[in-house]
Design a protein. Structure first.
Length: 212
């Protein structure tokens, strides 16, 4: 396969991946909006502190997720919003790892600027907690970096869109928690206990902030 054809395929795959991530994010936002509408209908004509608290939490979660969506939509390679760095817990080693490699669109052999030969320069790695039916797994995203021998240009594929910036939970994980909480009435502390039984330590305050 020629290099231009390979580059076109890589670009199409990248676009498809971004579109899938954005669609999953939009689905999660729609789910939160639906749950919020249901809770508001339940409070019509009655007073309930518990329902009011759930509505407030859901509104905060929806506001945060929509804010993250706006940041992701407006993000460019020339301007990256400043983010507050906070310590992030490592995901458990015993979980199954599924690794995906994201190569630069131009490939790993030729510099897109000058056409010079690229050499490996390490990679950036990021792990997010993902969930499959009855099985938790960790998706490790690897983005190799290459440097050009001719002009010292560093080439690397852009990072994929996240559900929440710097977050460890994927779109499927957040949707799983939200559906369990509001559709199946499974409180966050019970979900945290179930995950802890599998060796996954989840901070409940973080989970509440991200899922409502």
């Amino acid at each position: 396969m020629s290099e231009p054809a390979s580059s076109s395929i890589d670009k199409d795959a990248r676009i498809a991946e971004l579109e899938a991530a954005l669609a999953a994010r939009d689905t999660l936002i729609d789910t939160l909006r639906h749950q919020l509408a249901q809770l508001r209908r339940m409070t019509f004509g009655q007073s309930s502190e518990k329902l009011a608290l759930q509505i407030e939490q859901l509104e905060l979660a929806l506001e945060e997720l929509e804010g993250e969506a706006e940041v992701a939509d407006s993000r460019t390679t020339d301007r990256v919003p400043a983010e507050r760095v906070s310590p992030v817990r490592a995901l458990p080693d015993h979980l199954l790892r599924a690794e995906r490699r994201i190569e630069p669109e131009a490939g790993s052999c030729t510099c897109p600027d000058c056409g010079g030969a690229l050499r490996p320069l390490g990679d950036d790695r990021d792990e997010q907690l993902d969930v499959a039916p009855i099985q938790w797994r960790v998706i490790r995203t690897v983005r190799p970096k290459y440097s050009c021998r001719a002009c010292d240009r560093i080439v690397q594929a852009p990072a994929p869109v996240k559900a929440i910036a710097r977050g460890k939970a994927r779109f499927a994980t957040l949707a799983h928690v939200v559906v369990n909480k509001f559709d199946h009435h499974l409180p966050l502390y019970r979900q945290a206990e179930m995950m802890a039984a599998q060796g996954i330590d989840i901070d409940r305050s973080t989970a509440a902030r991200q899922s409502g």
